[in-house]
Design a protein around this ligand. Structure first.
Ligand code: SF4
Length: 687
């Protein structure tokens, strides 16, 4: 019999927000030309096909019986969930059931999850792991520009930049194909990297500024001071396109570079050099990422970098700008369509009466039946199983036991729940704690749209059938909604049908997808939102004419340096910062299953300066116990002579007692509710 070859399907990588173009033939991955990756893929992308045949794949629901997870038919699992949730809602109210989503879910899933929470469950208790990823940049962007689109310009615009200031970003490891867009800036002597570590990205920089963790805001003030004091500020732009400069400058005026050097450790001359390089460039960009965003003052930290960009006249100008590098695959779309505690589709606010009325009309429900805003991600996890907190949690596309801050506390809260449901395609560490596990489809087994880091909506096309026994998240939500008494057609299972409804629900909102259709995406159109009509070409560059505030002007933020949320003392004398390695993605639930990636980086390590290690009695390759005020973990010691002597670095992809998040501080940003992942006080001991 002649075997029919699997068709080649053009799709996108399952991991990060660069959403590199790839071609999938069966499970064989090849890179393809796409503007963000220009034919490149990183090791994670190249090996992504093996996820599709992983022996760890779940293919049947699991239900906990006598303490053990046992296979069960779908109807049994869904009936059990519906019965439990119904009973809890009856006895403890609608908010006794909570939902936790993910920034890797497609737009369709994010949208339907938000609708399921508000309509089928009537709960306000929904948030998602993107709160831990993009929320500070989003809050700062909305404050400054009136709108949050991570990059308000296409990635390919960076290719002609003479100068790029990257803050807290390590794309050489997190999204390697992105680095090719920085080549011109590097050649022109204009690639400046701010990072407490000498990362592979910092190695390529013309200038590496290495501040003490938690002092980025002071550094931004010092560079802004140098810009203004050295006569480099674009006064014409400030007067014409912004407000609030005077208040911001009153603070920055007190942060002259020598004072900033004493706080940050970055030489005053280097601050002035950074100011001069950025000001001299014809085309300059300032880009932030998690290193400067994941702080208890993350919104203000980003605000300080935006202030610098505004003083230099960069945002809203062709060939220049400010942007943030989104992390998760659908980190942008995932924060627009309703899985966030305070949000309705189209980036609408859930406490806005007009937004509630409009979205309720699309959903065919009474606006008064929609709940108000709920708890943010960490606050939600922290409240689970407490007297006033949710009694049941459903998790989609997230592995909170590894990825949430103060992970030991989060695990405790999960164990105090009456009922935990996890939908995933493998038995993640969080799924292993669940009462019911639902095996769901993954990237190449379903159609769905993603919105990449430049606000471009992409169609990730189904390339192969899911294994028998697996259902899509949309089918799961439909099955549960019907069991909870919802009309059959209210929760569609076909992704394109869901997207058509999403378009309607987002219409007129900030993130307007009304004119995006599957057919236009299939035809390869580059549709960056807003796309308000089917004949609209999309908006690759926002802010060119005006910013999104009513007066059309951007806002300087009057922000000052305060430092990390917790201080060092004799018991905890070092600063720990966390981040990623090239081979692993987020909690590692997927990449730790890929043999090639796990072999390359099989365990957690702690990077430490040899002198610091020596003082703690630690040898290169030995084991260290890293202890914070919240917990401890063990890691293999790596001597790294470029580390600051006051700082250690830990990747956060590993489970059990290798979890960096056992240490991290859940102190929250007052605006974004972002936890302080990027700095906490620790000590090192011999393990
Ligand atoms: Fe591209 Fe990111 Fe996938 Fe790597 S992980 S191939 S950079 S989308």
């Amino acid at each position: 019999m002649t075997q029919v070859a699997a068709p080649a399907v053009d799709t996108h990588c399952p991991y990060c927000a660069l959403q590199c173009g790839m071609r999938l033939t069966g499970v064989r991955v090849e890179p393809r030309e796409f503007p963000t990756n220009r034919g490149g893929l990183c090791q994670k992308g190249w090996t992504a096909g093996s996820l599709l045949t992983s022996p760890a794949r779940l293919t049947t629901p699991l239900v906990r019986v006598d303490g053990e997870l046992r296979p069960a038919p779908w109807d049994v699992a869904l009936d059990l969930i519906a019965a439990k949730l119904t009973a809890l809602r009856k006895s403890h109210g609608a908010d006794s059931v909570a939902i936790f989503g993910g920034g890797g879910l497609t737009n369709e899933k994010s949208y339907l999850l938000g609708k399921f929470a508000r309509v089928a469950l009537g709960t306000s208790q929904i948030d998602y792991n993107g709160r831990f990823c993009m929320s500070s940049a989003a809050a700062a962007g909305i404050r400054a520009f009136g709108l949050d689109r991570g990059m308000p310009f296409p990635v390919s615009d960076l290719t002609s930049a003479d100068a790029v200031l990257l803050i807290g970003a390590n794309p050489a490891e997190t999204m390697p194909p992105f680095v090719q867009h920085l080549t011109n800036a590097g050649r022109s002597g204009g690639l400046i990297v701010v990072d407490p570590r000498r990362t592979p990205t910092a190695e390529q920089a013309t200038l590496h500024l290495q501040p003490r963790p938690g002092t980025d805001l002071a550094l931004a003030l010092g560079i802004l001071h140098a810009v203004v004091a050295d006569g480099l500020a674009r006064t014409d732009y400030i007067n014409a396109r912004t407000t609030g400069f005077d208040a911001a400058w009153r603070i920055a005026a007190a942060w002259w570079p020598e004072r900033v050097e004493r706080v940050t450790g970055v030489a005053a001359a280097d601050q002035r050099k950074a100011a001069a390089v950025l000001a001299a460039a014809d085309k300059a960009y300032i880009l932030t990422a998690r290193g400067t965003e994941q702080h208890a003052r993350g919104t203000d930290m980003v605000g300080a970098w935006i202030n610098l960009a505004l003083a230099l006249g960069l945002p809203g100008k062709s060939g220049s700008g400010y942007g943030c590098l989104t992390g998760q695959g659908n980190g942008q779309g995932g924060r627009e369509h309703g899985q966030k505690a305070d949000q309705l589709p189209g980036y609408r606010k859930i406490d806005d009466p007009a937004a509630r009325e409009y979205v309720a009309g699309v959903w065919g429900v009474d606006p008064d039946s929609l709940p108000g805003p709920g708890r943010s991600a960490y606050e939600l996890l922290d409240a689970l199983g407490t007297e006033n907190g949710p009694r049941a949690l459903m998790v989609f596309g997230s592995n909170v036991i590894v990825s949430a801050p103060r992970a030991g506390r989060v695990a405790e809260r999960l164990s105090d729940l009456d009922f935990l449901v996890v939908a995933d395609f493998v038995l993640s560490e969080t799924a292993a704690q669940a009462d019911v596990v639902l095996p769901v489809t993954q990237w190449a087994e379903e159609d769905g749209t993603m919105t990449n880091l430049e606000g471009r909506v992409l169609l990730r096309t189904k390339a192969l059938d899911a294994p028998d026994g697996v259902r899509s998240d949309l089918e799961v939500l439909h099955g549960l909604a019907v069991r909870l008494g919802q009309p059959d057609g209210r929760f569609p299972v076909d992704p394109e049908t869901v997207f058509t409804e999403l378009r309607q629900a987002s219409k007129g909102g900030v993130a307007d997808y009304a004119g995006v259709t599957y057919d236009r995406l299939r035809a390869g159109e580059a549709l960056h939102w807003p796309v308000p009509a089917e004949d609209h070409p999309g908006t690759p560059r926002v802010f060119l004419d005006r910013f999104a505030h009513p007066d059309g002007r951007a806002r300087f933020a009057a922000v000052d340096h305060t430092g990390p949320a917790e201080s060092l003392d004799d018991d905890f004398p070092l600063l720990a910062t966390t981040g990623r390695v090239l081979q692993h993605y987020q909690s590692g639930a997927q990449t730790r299953l890929v043999e090639e990636l796990l072999t390359a980086v099989p365990e957690v390590f702690v990077e430490v300066h040899p002198d610091t290690a020596d003082r703690a009695g630690l040898t290169d390759g030995g084991m260290a116990r890293v202890v914070s005020r919240r917990g401890e973990m063990t890691a293999r010691v790596r001597h790294v002579s470029s580390m600051r002597t006051d700082t250690v670095f830990l990747p956060f992809h590993f489970a059990g007692d290798q979890r960096a998040n056992l240490l991290t501080n859940p102190a929250l940003d007052p605006t974004s509710r972002m936890p302080e992942f990027k700095v906490c006080a620790v000590r090192l001991e011999v393990s």
